[in-house]
Design a protein around this ligand. Structure first.
Ligand SMILES: NC(=O)c1ccc[n+]([C@@H]2O[C@H](COP(=O)([O-])OP(=O)(O)OC[C@H]3O[C@@H](n4cnc5c(N)ncnc54)[C@H](O)[C@@H]3O)[C@@H](O)[C@H]2O)c1
Ligand SMILES: [Zn+2]
Ligand SMILES: [Zn+2]
Length: 389
C-alpha cells in the first residue's frame, strides 16, 4: 500500500510499504477514506519529538472496516468509523477513569509513571514515534487499529467524511480544553493559537455558553479565518499591548479562562531561540506564560498545546499569587467523542469550515511543507487516498 513515511527531520515521502495485518484478536484493519495533518505531526517533522527509524505518520483518520480480529464485537466489516488518535485498552486503571491517554497497556515498551523526556511516556498514539508505541499511522491507504472494542466510533450514513473526520482529534481536543478550563455561561475565554486546534476550541467555547471569545495568533490570515468561521474577536499575538487589551475587555481583571492551543513551537525571537539552546529547552513556554498573564485571578488555564521539556524561569510565582487552576495533557477523545458527535449530528456545530486544502495522499510531502510554512493561507489539510485511485 501507499503511505506517508517519516524518514528524518523535514523528510516525509509517500512510499510503498507492507500492508497492515491483524496482529491481535481485538485489532481491525481500516481502509482509510480521509486523513488529516495535525500541528502535532509537525513536532515530529521538525524534530521536537524524536523518531529514529522510518514510521508511517498520521493520527487523525477515518475509514471503512476492512477486516476484524476474532475478539472484535463493537464493529464489523463494512462499518464506517472515526478513530480516536490515542490508543487505549479501555479497561486499565486509567481508561476506567476516562484518562485514556494514560492507558497502561497500549505502550508496553516506553510506558511509565514519570512522564519523562525519553522514557516513561503515556499510552500509545497512532503514527507518533517509538516513544508512543511505534504504531504506524493513518496517512496511508490502510491502518491497523488495536483495541477496536474501545476506540472506533461508527458514523451513520448521511454525514459525509468532512463533517465528522475532526472527531478523531481536534474537535474533542478543543472540547477537552473548554471542559478543563471549566468554561461556563457568561465567561470570557481567550484562546492562544488560531490553528486547527484553536479554531475547534473557539467553537467549543461558544457551545459552552461563553459571552466573549478572543482569539490570539501572530498570523493575520488565521485570525481572519477565526472571525469568518467562528465570529470571535481577535488580537494579533505580536501586539505589544496584548495583555492590556485583554484586561481592558474584562474590567481590568483578565479573561476567566485562557487556553493554550499553541504549545512549544510558538513563534520566537532570536533571543528566545538562544535562551532555549542555553537551557536545553524544546521550543518555548512563552504562550503558557502569556496565558498566566492574560487570565484573571482565580481563573483557569487549559493547556492542549504540546510541551516536551522542562522550561527555565517558568512563572510559578504568578500562578501561585493569582491562585490559578491548570490542566494539561492529551485530549480525552474517548470520553468526549459521543458528545462531540452529537453536536455535529444535531447541527449545533459545523467543523469542515476550517478545511482549506483537499489533496490526494500522494501529495503528503507537499502538504506537510505547506502546513508547516503556513503558505497558501493553509489552515487544515485533509488527504484522501481515493483521489489517487
Ligand atoms: N493535547 C492534545 O490532545 C492535542 C491534540 C491535537 C493537537 N495538539 C497540539 O495543539 C497545538 C496546536 O495544533 P494545531 O494543529 O492547531 O497547530 P498549528 O501549528 O497549525 O497552530 C498553531 C498556531 O499557533 C500560532 N502561534 C504561534 N505562536 C503564537 C503565539 N506566540 N501566540 C499565539 N499564537 C501563536 C501559529 O501561528 C498557529 O496558527 C500543537 O502543539 C499540537 O501538537 C494537542
Ligand atoms: Zn492531531
Ligand atoms: Zn487502558
Amino acid at each position: 500500500m501507499k503511505a506517508a513515511v517519516f524518514h528524518k527531520v523535514g523528510d516525509i515521502s509517500v512510499d510503498n510499504v507492507a500492508d497492515p495485518k491483524i496482529e491481535h484478536p481485538e485489532d481491525i484493519i481500516l481502509k482509510i477514506t480521509t486523513t488529516a495533518i495535525c500541528g502535532s505531526d509537525l513536532h515530529i517533522y521538525d524534530g521536537f519529538v524524536p523518531q529514529l527509524r522510518d514510521e508511517v505518520l498520521g493520527h487523525e483518520f477515518m475509514g471503512i472496516v476492512e477486516e476484524v480480529g476474532p475478539q472484535v464485537t463493537r464493529v464489523k466489516k463494512g462499518d464506517r468509523v472515526v478513530v480516536p488518535f490515542t490508543i487505549a485498552c479501555g479497561r486499565c486503571f486509567f481508561c476506567q477513569q476516562g484518562y485514556h491517554p494514560n492507558c497502561m497497556n497500549s505502550n508496553p515498551e516506553h510506558y511509565g509513571p514519570d512522564g519523562d523526556l525519553l522514557k516513561n511516556k503515556g499510552g500509545g498514539m497512532f503514527g507518533y514515534t517509538d516513544l508512543y508505541g511505534g504504531y504506524n499511522g493513518g496517512q496511508a491507504e490502510y491502518v491497523r487499529v488495536p483495541y477496536a472494542n474501545a476506540g472506533p466510533k461508527i458514523i451513520p450514513d448521511g454525514l459525509d467524511d468532512e463533517q465528522v473526520v475532526f472527531l478523531t482529534d481536534i474537535f474533542p481536543t478543543g472540547w477537552s480544553a473548554v471542559k478543563w478550563g471549566k468554561v461556563k455561561h457568561g465567561d470570557t475565554v481567550v484562546i492562544f493559537g488560531s490553528g486547527p486546534v484553536g479554531l475547534m476550541a473557539q467553537k467549543a467555547a461558544w457551545l459552552h455558553g461563553a459571552k466573549r471569545v478572543i482569539a490570539v495568533d501572530p498570523l493575520e490570515y488565521r485570525l481572519q479565518k477565526a472571525r469568518t468561521v467562528n465570529n470571535v474577536e481577535t488580537i494579533n499575538a505580536d501586539d505589544d499591548d496584548l495583555i492590556e487589551k485583554i484586561r481592558s475587555m474584562t474590567d481590568g481583571r483578565g479573561a476567566d479562562v485562557a487556553i493554550d492551543a499553541v504549545g512549544m513551537e510558538a513563534s520566537r525571537t532570536f533571543l528566545e531561540k538562544a535562551k532555549a539552546v542555553i537551557n536545553a529547552e524544546k521550543g518555548t513556554s512563552k504562550v503558557l506564560e502569556m496565558c498566566a498573564e492574560a487570565v484573571r485571578r482565580s481563573g483557569t488555564i487549559a493547556v492542549v498545546g504540546v510541551y516536551a521539556s522542562p522550561y527555565d524561569n517558568f512563572p510559578i510565582h504568578r500562578i501561585f499569587d493569582k491562585g490559578l487552576i491548570m490542566q494539561f495533557g492529551q485530549a480525552q477523545t474517548h470520553v468526549y467523542i459521543d458528545q462531540c458527535f452529537e453536536m455535529v449530528r444535531s447541527g449545533k456545530v459545523v467543523l469542515d469550515d476550517i478545511i482549506t486544502h483537499r489533496l490526494p495522499l500522494s501529495k503528503a510531502s507537499e502538504a506537510y511543507d505547506m502546513f508547516k510554512h503556513k503558505t497558501d493561507d493553509c489552515v487544515k489539510v485533509i488527504l484522501k487516498p481515493e483521489l489517487d485511485r
